[in-house]
Design a protein around this ligand. Sequence first.
Ligand code: AMP
Ligand code: ZN
Ligand code: FE
Ligand code: FE
Length: 286
Amino acid sequence: MRIDLHAHSNASDGTDTPAELVAAAVGAGLDVVALTDHDTVAGHTEAADAVHALPAGSRLTLVPGAELSCVAGDISMHLLAYLFDPAEPAFAAERELVRTDRFRRGRAIVERCRELGADISWDQVRRIAGEGSVGRPHIASALVEAGVVASVSDAFTADWLANGGRADVRKHETDPVTAVRLVREAGGVPVFAHPGAVKRGRTVSDQVIADLAAAGLAALEVDHIDHDEPTRAHLRGLAAELGLLTTGSSDYHGSRKTVRLGEHTTDPQVYEALVEQATGAKPIGG
Ligand code: AMP
Ligand code: ZN
Ligand code: FE
Ligand code: FE
């Protein structure tokens, strides 16, 4: 079983459509893929339709999910949520709030980039983002188009879009204890995404992770491209101490990042345990 529990489509800042992501997951030989777009479930229907349209004999299972933008104190962090009821009103309202504020903030970042001499526009960013939940990676692509930087990752520096960078503007983000409760109350399973991704900015303390565990966190995403081996070892120990499961996943973004689907995977027993905790939705297909 090859299980990848973290992938983005163009419903947020990935480059594959949800249907293309499903095809790519089959192509990568995955048995399970989770669709976890930032703060949105807009890709779920298309992805589910694509799974249902797979030829008999394909055994791909789709786990509908999302990746929530959170902030602990002043440290941004991401919470994966799986198999929640997308119609549950409190959680749906919070996702909507974050998505709406992404537009205000996207305009402000574009304005800031222009002040700093980058010839990009909000229309251009909207074209790049399409219908998707708009984020810094779309603005990074605009900076690449304008010849300001050579690649998306080159835009995530202090000069431009990195946390605290010259053109970084904060967006509304949810307190993570609140987010864990919202996910659970919607029948979903919350997992802390890349908790030790230091190259993106400061990361939260072990005490914050303990507080999230007490609030109902299910797992830590340990095997992730942004974690070095000592970080993984530390997170594994912490998870054992706190009674949390550990997952692994690619955080695939299509051509906007270099990671491949299935580059990191989750143990089948852990996957089963996560699915067992969910009451808001069921995996699709398989
Ligand atoms: P946003 O949600 O708009 O704040 O943008 C955050 C997203 O930008 C993350 O989910 C990553 O996909 C991407 N990102 C953050 N830091 C980096 C980085 N150092 N290099 C490349 N992409 C990054
Ligand atoms: Zn992303
Ligand atoms: Fe993330
Ligand atoms: Fe992600």
